[in-house]
Design a protein around this ligand. Sequence first.
Ligand code: GLC
Length: 488
Amino acid sequence: MKKILFVASECVPFIKTGGLADVVGSLPKIFNKKEYDVRVIIPNYECIKSEYKSKMKDLGNFYLDDIVYVGIKTLKLDGIQYYFIDNEYYFKGEVPYYDLFQDIERFAYFSKAALSILPVIDFRPEIIHCHDWQAGLVPVYLNSIFQGNEFYCGIRTIMTVHNLRFQGKWNVAHIQGVTRLPDECFAPGRLVSLNQDMGVLREHREANLLRGGLVYSDYITTVSNTYAGEIQTPYYGEGLDDLLRGRSDRLWGIVNGIDYKVYNPETDEDLYFNYSQKNFRTMKKKNKKKLQEELGLEVSDKMFTIAIISRLTDQKGLDIVDYVMDRICASGDIQFIVLGTGDGRYEDMFRYYQGKYPNNVSANICYSDALSHKIYGSVDAMLVPSQFEPCGLTQLMALRYGTVPIVRETGGLKDTVEAYNEFEQTGTGFSFANYNGDELFDQIEYAKSTFYEQKAKWNKIVDRGMKTDWSWDYSAGTYKALYDEILG
Ligand code: GLC
C-alpha cells in the first residue's frame, strides 16, 4: 500500500474559495484504494459547515513546542480519511483567509501541526503532497527541525503550485519569528540557480513560504503543461522563474480534471432540465429560457448568451472585458451573464454595465454553486480571457455541459480548448493569443456569427466539446507515474 498525504488550506465539500478546493477534493478519489492510501489534512475552520463538524470524531490533542494547542479531528467521506487541525484561535471566523500578515502565522502553525500529528494518528506517509503557499513550509520543516526524529526520515514531498501569484511573503523577522525555523533557512539569498545555494526562504529582505516549498520539495508540479513552461519565464514567473528553471528537471505539468460525477448534465439536480449529447440541441434551449426568466433578461432563444463564472480578480482578464463591454452590448443581440465575487472594482464594473444595459447584462455578484450549474447548462458560450491561468476549471465544466469556451491561449486554457478551425471542421472553442481587448472582441464576434449563421457547425463544436474527456481519468496515470517515480 502506498501512503500519500495531502496537505492543503481548502478542500471541497468542507471549505472552498477557489479551484484549489475542487482539486484537493477530487484528486485523492482517483487512486485505486487497494494500491493507494491517500489521506487529507486541512484546518478545522470555524466556518466549515456544521453538517460536517457534527460528524467529526475527536482524536485527542497535544501542545506543539509545549505551548500551542493542536487538536485533531477526523472524518471519513466517500472512502477518504480527512483530518482537521483544530485550534480555535487560529481558525476562527467566517472566512478561511484574512490579511497576509496573520495568514502567514496561521499557516506556519498549520504546516508544523500537520507534520506533528502524524505519529499521533499513526500514519507515516511515504509522500506528502503539499498544495500552494499555505502548505509551503511542510517540506521546509520536514527537512530541518523534524529531521532529528526518525519517524520523519525518508518521507518525500511534492509541492504543487495552483497559482504562482500567491506566495506568502513578509519580512524575514516576522517569518523567522512565527516559524521558529533555524537561521540557515534565512541565509542571505544569492541568486538561486542550478542547485547552488538552494535551501533559502529568503529573497532580499523578505522571506517567502512558497519559495521554501519549491526549494525543499523533492518534486514540483503545477496544474498544466503550458503553465509549467510559462512560469519558467520572467513574464509569468512572479519572481521565481529563475528558481523554477533551476529545478526544471523536477517540475511536472499535470493538467487538472473535474469530477465527472458532480458535473454531469444528465444527472445534475441543479439544472432546470437534464440533457445529454443526444438532445442538447433542444434541451439547452429550454434551459436558456428558464435562466433568462430567472435572471430577468429578455426571454428569447435568438439571443447569443455568454457567461463569466469566476473570481473577479485581475488574473481573470476583466480589464480587457471592460474595454469591449460597450461594443459587446451595443449590438443588442448578446446577453452577458456574470456570476462571482472578488475585487470591488470589478464587482462595481459589472453592476455599472447592468445598470447601463439592463436588457443585456445580468450581474450576479455572489457565490452560488447551484446558479453556476444552471448557467453552465443554459448559456451558449463561456468567456475565460485570463491574463494567466494555471489550469482553469470553468472551461472544463463548460465543455462538459456543451457550452462553448472562448478563451485566451494561456496556461491550462491553451491545453484544454482546441481552437475552432472552420476549414478543417475541428476544434472545441474559440481562442486568441494576446492579452488584448480587440483580439478578444474579434473572437466573440467570430463565435457569434458562427452561432447565428452556421448553426449546424456551431452544434458540431458543441458536440466535439462534449466528447472530450476532462475527467480525472486523463491525468490519473500521470500522477501515478509521478508517485511511482518518487517511490522508485
Ligand atoms: C487556481 C488557479 C486555477 C486552477 C486552480 C486549481 O485557482 O488560478 O487556474 O485551475 O487553482 O488548480
